[in-house]
Design a binder for this molecule. Sequence first.
Ligand code: TXA
Ligand code: MG
Length: 321
Amino acid sequence: MTEVVGADAESCRRAGAALAAGRLVAFPTETVYGLGGDARDDAAVAAIFAAKGRPSFNPLIVHVADLAAAERLGAFSATARALAARFWPGPLTLVVPRRADAGISALVSAGLPSLAIRVPAHPVARAVLAAAACPVAAPSANPSGRVSPTTARHVRAGLDGRVDLIVDGGRCAVGVESTVLDLTGETPTILRPGGVTPEDVAAVTGGPVGRAATPHAPSAAAPLLSPGMLASHYAPATPVRLGADAADAGEALLGFGAVAGATLNLSPAGDLAEAAANLFAMLRQLDEGGYRAIAVSPIPDRGIGLAINDRLARAAAPRGD
Ligand code: TXA
Ligand code: MG
């Protein structure tokens, strides 16, 4: 049975104790809700994959309280430290070489020699991590391939009965998942765009920032750098049509800016941060509306608009599942 609790101090302590005892707990972060389990515990990590129906080759992000805890798990270069100092706590995940003595379940990184690590900023996530006192593996708290949850109700809709406890901390402020930045190669490379933009990263590193190709199916020519780059991901059940000026018959229009006739509008004022925060909840709402398709207004491809367009491209990609 899944229990939903508030985000008061006592509930956060209970959530932390449940994690430390090997249970699964969903909790809010500033990006989306995470489905947490003790990252050192093979059984807990295996339970995360099972609850999501996630393929075991798609590795998880490990959440810790601070840089000191992160450095016990991975090898941090000067660049990695500078990025952590600037953006943690916050919506940036760093992929770094995994330390031999990290003590993290091998299942977490799906056999890769690297580890994806993040220090979340949300006060509830921080309270839960402090109470758990262990590294917490936490993918987004949705069934694999579906839209990520930005409220506790979304988590329950997807995972009821498959997670022990949900901590309800209200709506997530950023609304799209963290930027995943690979620091294991020569050039820092964005594997998944998010709240921290390529310009933000370049401002710290002072050098070039790579960008892994947009959603693709794996092939010999273009292997899967980060399994989260699978083309069809973050998808509602209703087909999605991008770059639409207007809705065709039977379609909903998900608008942006000053468009006429929008069924819902991500941001009437044309604010990209507001649009990101609304994206997943509005996709879900329209998905339940019985439309033939969801047509989406063009979104400027800059700042967090890169992350919005990345998620929309996946939502619109041909379905593999
Ligand atoms: O905002 C977020 O990042 C949320 C919250 C809960 O923190 N978490 C999240 O986790 O989105 P998940 O599992 O849905 O996405 C993790 C992404 C995937 O694209 C995965 O392939 C990639 O990170 N990843 C994890 N470990 C990796 C590694 N060692 N190398 C490359 N990519 C990795
Ligand atoms: Mg996810």
